[in-house]
Design a protein around this ligand. Structure first.
Ligand SMILES: [Zn+2]
Length: 94
């Protein structure tokens, strides 16, 4: 085995330190995102599916829309906006 020069070891040590400092910052942010998604999942929706694309709301809701006192869940903002353009079309389509 070749001897590793001391200055090379110093560079490795110096590079590793900033990464270690960043680690504690990341997990709390991830936890916040998870709890927000769980809250959306536990909401009671008046529709069992995303009325635009037909995906079950249980699979994960990213956005919600209120229409005539009812709450509808959508997998994406795009689906909600599509629904709000003409809600009656999607509600009577079934
Ligand atoms: Zn959708």
């Amino acid at each position: 085995m070749k001897k590793i020069p001391a200055y090379f070891l110093l560079i490795i040590t110096a590079c590793n330190q900033p990464e270690q400092k960043q680690e504690p910052v990341m997990p709390p942010m991830a936890v916040k995102t998870d709890s927000a998604k769980t809250k959306l999942k536990n909401l009671a929706f008046d529709s069992k599916t995303d009325l635009v694309c037909g995906m079950p709301v249980k699979a994960g809701v990213e956005d919600t829309a209120h229409y005539k006192g009812k709450v509808y869940g959508f997998c994406a903002k795009e689906c909600k906006e599509e629904f709000l353009k003409d809600p009656q079309q999607y509600l009577t389509a079934k």
